[in-house]
Design a protein around this ligand. Structure first.
Ligand SMILES: [Zn+2]
Length: 196
């Protein structure tokens, strides 16, 4: 842990001093986790995350630094945006998994665009069945398709959480699997909006 350059107190987060209230630009390479006072891991206490976010947002709030130099005021505005961005990612399980995968070496969404197994063929089949069911006004089939899709979406979310939780020791194959599942989620979500 580094020390406050203004008062020498030990910093619990890299962007502000609990002791004197000074605020700092984060060092290059500071990730969303450390910005909000967490270590780099998928599992996190969401209540503590929200608390830290609120506490830090209050400390860096531009109103609180309105009497300081323009440089400090600009920093306050920047840090507020940084905190909002970090919180938006970390408070969403899927975005957190995606971010963690990227942070620890990928593959990123740009590097691996694939989806698991026969997903694309399955999605096409669902769309065909949906079209047929709509044609004859078969609400029961549409409802069944919706339930199957929802259960696949949930299974995918569960597997994403399990793989992301073990990211530190994940094999290359597991990391790729996590990326494929994150990519797959979009298809299930699109179907969710279609299956109504
Ligand atoms: Zn200080």
């Amino acid at each position: 842990m580094s020390q406050c350059v203004e008062c020498g107190a030990v910093l619990s987060v890299p962007i502000c001093c609990d002791h004197c209230g000074a605020i700092f630009d984060p060092q290059p390479g500071t990730d969303h986790f450390s910005l909000l006072g967490f270590s780099r891991a998928y599992a996190l206490d969401e209540e503590r995350l929200a608390q830290n976010f609120r506490r830090l947002t209050a400390k860096v709030h531009p109103d609180r630094h309105a009497q300081r130099s323009e440089e400090v005021q600009a920093r306050a505005t920047r840090l507020t945006a940084d905190l909002n961005r970090a919180y938006a990612v970390l408070s969403d399980g899927v975005r957190r998994a995606d971010y963690l995968l990227e942070l620890t070496g990928g593959p990123t969404a740009a590097e691996e665009r694939g989806v698991p197994g026969d997903l694309l063929a399955e999605v096409m089949e669902v769309r065909e069945a949906l079209e047929q069911a709509r044609g004859v006004g078969d609400r029961r089939t549409i409802e069944r398709l919706r339930q199957v899709n929802e259960s696949k979406r949930r299974q995918t979310l569960d597997e994403i959480a399990a793989l992301a939780s073990g990211i530190e020791t994940a094999s290359v194959r597991q990391r790729r699997r996590l990326r494929l599942l994150l990519n797959a989620l979009r298809y299930f979500e699109n179907l969710t909006t279609e299956l109504v």
